[in-house]
Ligand binder design. Sequence first.
Ligand code: CP
Length: 381
Amino acid sequence: MKSIFLESGHIKLYKRENSQYWQMKIKLPKQRAIRSSTGSKILKEAKKIALKNYSSFGISNRIKKTSKNIYKKIHLVETADLNKKEIEFILDEAKKFINFNKKRVKKSNLLEGRTVFNLFFEDSTRTRTSFEVAAKRLGADLINVAVKDSSINKGETLLDTMTTINSMNPDVLIVRHPEEGISKRISNNVDACVINAGDGSHEHPTQALLDALTIKNRFNNFSKLQIAICGDILHSRVARSNIIILSKLGAKVNVIGPKQWLPKNINKLPVEVYTDMKKGLKNCDIVMMLRIQKERIVGKIMPNQKTYFNKYGLDYNKLKYAKKNAFVMHPGPMNRGFEIDSKLADDITRSLIQEQVAMGVAIRMACLDILIKNRDNVLSY
Ligand code: CP
């Protein structure tokens, strides 16, 4: 039998001893092979026919598109899973959606026919709605599961709920839940892509990515930046994800907070630790304030609001400890007058808080697009 290969081996042309016609086999990784006769006895003609078939299936385009993705995983559950190149790739992909989101008509068919589930077992405004906006702008169908009315209340386990929804062939499950590590567990039990939208005090990867995109818009180069993350570090998933992402991008990170709100293992993280705002804010380009996570401070004494604000609340006076034109960030929701002065939070010459919300939509559009494309690459339809 004579045979030749084209397109990195994806096309095989072969002629059996008992046949005069060239046969073709088109095969992609993890996809069923397509076999048929080219209907030609002449190799040159058979090559042309095979290549035409190959591209008419949209296969060559699809390979080029999918192989472009530097982040190749189908889940986004932990920042530990991301390296610097992958983070930069997601930020660059998100940048493409920033101008799109400013258009009068914001509608694309990039994810048409795809199904995305929002599964929020904890309160949310920004994350839930921005995933909904992101999915809808890309043409996907988004289902907000009313968790409070779900069969979880009848005793169904969370994993049973997830596998039930998985049987409806969704493309993405977006999960917020108070249990640490739950998104990772779910991702091991379903076919759909899983995005961690916040798991207890553990991680909130898309928040850290949107924060990085907000910073990149202003400074571009992270390696020269010093960023302070201040307040309730212990209970904050936003702090943990930001420490990992920002340090991987090359920024120097200071954490500042009262001793009782610094995690025991803080020295194992790539940060400098301070309990004094004046010292910790010195030379900082960005001051990222954290919400006091009242819902996680159970059985412990909450600090008095005025006492806390005097020591750790950010106002114009404390901001002077940082660089002259330092910017202020906050993931929201804010406790005005507790961790941040209300006027400073609304000062658009210093505060990037509203820009963070806008970048949240762009980042979530990029994440949905990247993960769904990656999943297409490992499944055949
Ligand atoms: N930053 C953040 O996660 O906000 P929500 O709790 O409103 O989603």
